[in-house]
Design a protein around this ligand. Structure first.
Ligand code: PA5
Length: 468
């Protein structure tokens, strides 16, 4: 990769326009990506930006039935928020544990926000309810261990599936439904179960109707991975005692900014253009980097959003993630010095929520007195800066998304930021960012191998292939 490409006046304007961003919360810093960018590639992507935004806002692109998330933050119904808060308050009173049953977009957004905002050692604090997850795997041992805990605790649950037919959460719900009924009896169990699904379609909707569960609707025009600001995310987040109104407020601010300024001054556009340019230049892997372990699931949510939206027609950036310093001692070597096909996007948190300083020791046996008196966050920031510079020297472009703190409002802004950038990047890549046809392949094989009705032909073909 050639470095220090001379930038055109235009590109300099584009890159320096980050100083004019309207956002009073998050900023994007492209200083450590700039030396790697090929101006011709950036210019050609830039020229497409206004068209791409028109495609999103006018709903004229592929998958335009699934653009409900675009206006969602500003259009959330006050009565829906109040209803979710009331349901959460009632269930919190009688739950030591709240089980979120769902997979993919039906649990990752909630988990991203909850894990970012709760105590790192939530299971040990005794605060109630503890949020746990099921239906995102089919491990017999996982469900066994979960039920052994639920035997001894008061709990309630949400079963979340837009289609209402996904196998993993359906199995977990069948098992836990029997468990909760055995524990509390039909009537009380029903008051502890919330179903979040399509308004009419799917087995879960029929089941919820028959059993009389409280139900929230996933809007038709919002796909799973874009649904964190619907009841899919908001109910579990409210159950964790998190302020859902502040979360929505952050998203509303970013929505307003995107609509007021769908141009290069917008951090969304800058992120989308720069990552697409690097991809076009052969950097096919994007690593989401954080220096705060509370953001691990935010990266998981981002990976699903981008992986499932863009990985189509043999195209798309492969989304990966690391948590530093932890992974500097596992993946750091590869990032510094391995195959040069990657770039990093760092979520840089300016302020910790708590202050902790390194103490002075007279003996200085561990030789740390040179940093005595400094805050841990100061050392963390120097590790971050040192790493960015080292990786830049190693040929890894670095985009920095700088946030003042990890809070409800900032997370709301980040959620909308990444959703909009995902749509914009998807259209620049010429794929439909809102479908996921590739996910069906494993399902069909699994159904055939399990002997599901309607899959007989595929069962025979697979048996032959496996010499069964
Ligand atoms: O983003 C998506 O659409 C998917 O990841 C879904 O969320 C996931 O497959 C779960 O689907 P469902 O909510 O229908 O159970």
């Amino acid at each position: 990769m050639q470095k220090n490409i001379c930038l055109s006046q235009d590109l300099h304007f584009f890159l320096s326009s980050q100083h004019q961003q309207n956002s009073n919360i998050m900023k994007i810093d492209l200083t450590h990506a700039e030396p790697f960018l090929d101006k011709a590639v950036v210019n050609s992507l830039e020229s497409r930006i206004s068209n791409v935004y028109e495609t999103v806002f006018n709903k004229t692109g592929a998958g335009n039935d699934f653009l409900g998330w675009v206006n969602l933050p500003s259009e959330i119904d006050e009565s829906l928020l109040a209803d979710i808060e009331k349901t959460a308050a009632d269930l919190r009173k009688k739950s030591d544990i709240f089980v979120v049953i769902g997979i993919g977009g039906s649990y990752l957004g909630a988990r991203a926000v909850i894990e970012a905002l709760q105590n790192h050692f939530a299971p040990l604090t005794g605060e109630k309810p503890l949020i746990v997850y099921a239906g995102h795997n089919m491990s017999e041992d996982y469900l066994h261990d979960l039920m052994a805990i639920l035997d001894k605790k008061d709990y309630s649950l949400a079963v979340i599936s837009k289609s209402g037919t996904t196998t993993e959460p359906a199995i977990a719900f069948r098992i836990l439904k029997q468990h909760i009924i055995n524990k509390y009896g039909e009537q009380e169990a029903a008051s502890r179960i919330i179903a979040i699904t399509d308004k009419a379609r799917g087995a879960l909707k029929q089941l919820a109707n028959v059993k009389g569960y409280k139900t929230y609707i996933v809007p038709d025009d919002v796909g799973g991975r874009f649904s964190v600001l619907t009841p899919v995310g908001l109910l579990p987040i409210a159950m964790a005692g998190i302020d859902i109104r502040a979360l929505v407020k952050g998203a509303v601010e970013m929505e307003k900014q995107c609509k007021a300024c769908p141009t290069l001054e917008n951090p969304v556009t800058q992120y989308a253009v720069v990552r697409q340019a690097l991809y076009a230049q052969g950097l096919t892997n994007e690593i989401m980097v954080n220096y705060e372990p509370r953001l691990v699931y935010f990266s998981e949510w981002w990976k699903q959003l981008y992986g499932e939206s863009h990985g189509k027609q043999h195209k798309g950036i492969f989304p990966a993630s690391v948590t530093f310093s932890t992974d500097l001692h596992s993946m750091g070597q590869y990032i510094q010095d391995g195959l040069r096909n990657l770039f990093e996007t760092v979520i840089s948190v300016e302020n910790s929520n708590h202050e902790l300083r390194i103490p002075m020791e007279n003996e200085d046996l561990d030789q740390l007195n040179y940093i005595a008196g400094k805050r841990i966050s100061e050392v963390n920031h120097k590790a971050e800066l040192g790493t960015v510079l080292a990786h830049e020297d190693g040929g890894v472009p670095n985009l920095r998304i700088v946030i003042p703190e990890v809070s409800e409002k900032v997370l709301g802004e980040l959620i909308y930021f990444f959703e909009m950038a995902c749509a914009v990047s998807g259209y620049m890549l010429d794929v439909n960012p809102f479908d996921q046809p590739g996910v069906e392949a494993y399902k069909k094989n699994m159904f055939a191998l399990l002997g599901k009705k309607g899959f007989e032909e595929q069962t025979a073909a697979l048996n032959k292939r496996l010499n069964l």
